[in-house]
Design a protein around this ligand. Sequence first.
Ligand code: ZN
Length: 194
Amino acid sequence: MLLEDLDTHCPVHGNPLNDGVVMISYGLFRYSEAFNKAHRYLFPKSKFMVRGGCAVNDEIIYHMRYCNACRRAHLLWAAENKSNEGLPHLADEFERILHLRFGMENSVTNVPPDVHDLMHAHNLVDALKLLQRANPGVEIPELRAHMRYLSRGAELEQAILAMRMGGPQLVYEQLAALAERSGKDELQERFVGN
Ligand SMILES: [Zn+2]
């Protein structure tokens, strides 16, 4: 393989890479030696997720290229080694993480439609007052945090949709089908319930 093919082809399997989206995972990750080695030599382009470092920033999802054969090899390795290192979040978990990351307050249960209109018109003071009336007993900082979350609502919805349509969690569905065919219930349980 030529060096210039590395952007478009898998260095291990040599096949063309696919376009996909993954979630950016922030924080410190410590993978085992065994995983790091397997990742480097057996499935370098599985790309089930990308690491964003410790400083959380505004980016949610990342467009990248992955290799189908690498994903299969990664999943096989994970099953054989009973490990979930480097594997993606399920779609529901992804949503939960996004909500946490962007400050959705569970204490705010009632968001009148006018709040959105006021925020859209940059009338944040009245939006806050309205939100306060609709959620008696909730403190102002929590209401403010929730408004920050609401201000990015459309963007978050889009990210969630992108992950549901093309995110790596789809591999769990493929794996479930695979496990059904081969009768490996344990495998299915392990990954689908992960
Ligand atoms: Zn590959």
